[in-house]
Design a protein around this ligand. Structure first.
Ligand code: SF4
Length: 338
């Protein structure tokens, strides 16, 4: 993996943030592209947010990239652009928790700091035969203590990486390959044959079904098609990414209600139109059916975005190509391009 070949704190930090909730294979091309565009903390701090979002597009959990941007600016301001090597300073960076701080410093500088994430939770639980759920408070505390106790005087980074890799390649959630496991001689779970019961059950997310509407409002001017879109406002889902009007109000079940919502947003009258497609996708705990509809301004109505108090813009599909969008927003662009 590219971040292993030259594990500077910056490179490891970027990889760790990208790998949160995301598979290694998905991260690899994003990581390479990122490092070419933003090879240092200073490059990242100076970057335009829309450009960063465009690089992140498709990785999801966009709060991560905004936190990284804020962290890079903090590093420039408080540490002269040099990634801090003090644990408390790293922990104080936006978007960095105990695991990330430990991983970055142990892997890049061999600091004697523990890590505990999904893989090590499972490996350590099995190693000591802990039957409780590893995310329960007491069990979690015990696992952090264990992760710290087993660190050698030198080589903590290697041990942390080895334990994580053991979890991802050998000590799998189902059917762990105990016969080829290098710690099988010390593993309580293997001794007791309790691989199916340990680690204890982790509470799964309860998914909720939701219906949302994407409304495609087009305006043809001098033979050029323009669509209504905006960067999503701060504080909400996908803040900073561009999107077509999307009605996410939980009680909205029909395109008529969604068109009424847009009418209110734009202070004009929007008429519902035909359905183009439905996309099903998941965001955090929601399973969403996104109905995409064409809509139009009612006869005699017009909409001119007021630049000073609104984010709405009429944009061409070519312009959207260079702007950051969510995965479903990009799918809608493709649909309109066909
Ligand atoms: S012996 Fe089996 S259960 Fe124990 S750590 Fe190794 S792979 Fe996991």
């Amino acid at each position: 993996m590219p971040w292993r070949s030259d594990p500077t704190p910056y490179r490891v930090w970027v990889s760790e943030i990208m790998l949160q909730q995301t598979q290694v294979a998905t991260v690899l091309p994003y990581y390479e592209r990122w490092m070419k565009s933003f090879p240092s903390v200073a490059h990242l701090a100076d970057a335009d947010e829309a450009e960063l979002m465009r690089h992140w597009e498709g990785l999801g959990y966009y709060r991560r990239v905004r936190s990284m941007h804020a962290a890079a600016k903090k590093i420039v301001q408080d540490h002269g652009g040099i990634f801090p090597l003090n644990y408390e300073d790293v922990l104080a960076l936006p978007g960095v928790g105990r695991y990330t701080a430990g991983a970055v410093l142990s892997i890049s500088t061999d600091a004697k700091l523990p890590v505990l994430e999904g893989n090590t939770q499972r490996v350590y639980s099995r190693w000591i035969g802990l039957r409780d759920s590893p995310t329960e408070k007491e069990a979690n505390k015990l696992l952090w203590e264990l992760a710290e106790k087993i660190l050698p005087r030198r080589g903590s980074g290697q041990l942390n990486q080895a334990a994580m890799e053991l979890g991802s390649l050998v000590c799998l959630p189902r059917n762990p390959d105990c016969d080829s496991c290098p710690v099988r001689g010390h593993c309580r779970t293997n001794e007791l044959g309790l691989q199916d019961l340990i680690p204890g059950k982790i509470k799964r997310i309860q998914y909720e079904d939701r219906t949302e509407f994407a409304l495609i409002l087009m305006n043809r001017k001098q033979g050029v098609d323009r669509y209504l879109a905006r960067p999503l406002p701060d504080g909400g889902r996908w803040a900073g990414l561009w999107d077509f009007p999307r009605c996410t109000e939980p009680a909205t079940e029909s395109v008529d209600a969604a068109a009424a919502w847009l009418s209110e947003q734009l202070d004009t009258v929007v008429a519902p139109g035909p359905q183009l497609k439905t996309i099903r996708h998941a965001v955090t705990k929601y399973r969403i059916s996104l109905h995409i509809h064409q809509v139009s301004l009612a006869a005699g109505q017009r909409f001119v975005p007021k630049h000073h108090d609104s984010l709405w813009r009429w944009v061409t599909l070519d312009e959207l190509e260079n702007l950051p969008m969510s995965v479903t927003g990009r799918k809608i662009v493709k649909l309109l391009t066909l």
